[in-house]
Write a protein of this length. Sequence first.
Length: 246
Amino acid sequence: MTTINLNCDLGEGGNYDVLLMPFISSCNIACGGHYGTVETVRTAVELAKQYHVQVGAHPSYPDLDNFGRQSITLPSKDLKKSIHHQIDLVEDACQFYEVNLHHIKPHGALYNDMRKSPELANLVLEVIQERNKDLVLFSPPRVNFQNDSPYSIHIWIEGFADRAYQNDLSLVPRTQKNAVLHDPNLISKTVLKMIKHQKVKSILGEEIDQKFDTICVHSDTPNAYEILKILTSQLSKNAIKIDRVS
């Protein structure tokens, strides 16, 4: 049977985390850069433990005002310090609830900027290497990590169930029409194509080859619960198992 890791960005102020947890394998917990406090992080980690969901930290540029969705320029040492501090919030909660921190997934503009800047991408790798080289990095496709990077980090390529792609596999900006997908049946077909055929159709109709290791549904998509309910049902009907912690 084919398996897939299904992840969701959680701890971002929505009221539906508890409804989404039963459907997913992994969660990415906002940790103070774009949203989050010690209390919200602990609540999310406790839920993840209850539902046997792998815990990840979801650091961003330190930009609460813009929810981490705008690129900002910081000295490398300051950005690294911020990312470390954000991950600390999640790691402290993991230690409190006796669960393992599984992965790091950058958020918003930080995530997208990794595609544009090998230096930034390697800074994220460096943070992981300094903490625990066994942590997995959830990464967008086609990131140009520097060839001379000394870091041997586990990298999982992430696909988005509810976002439209451009021909270069960058995400269609949220400011553009049809950037976010809402139809659960269309989303299910998109994800099945990603998993079974390792292909994704761009907003211009081009079919692009790409293998994905994990698929994300955003918790702030208004009908995220309905999307996950129908998507997981369709995956099951197609003999695709959600890869969950035992």
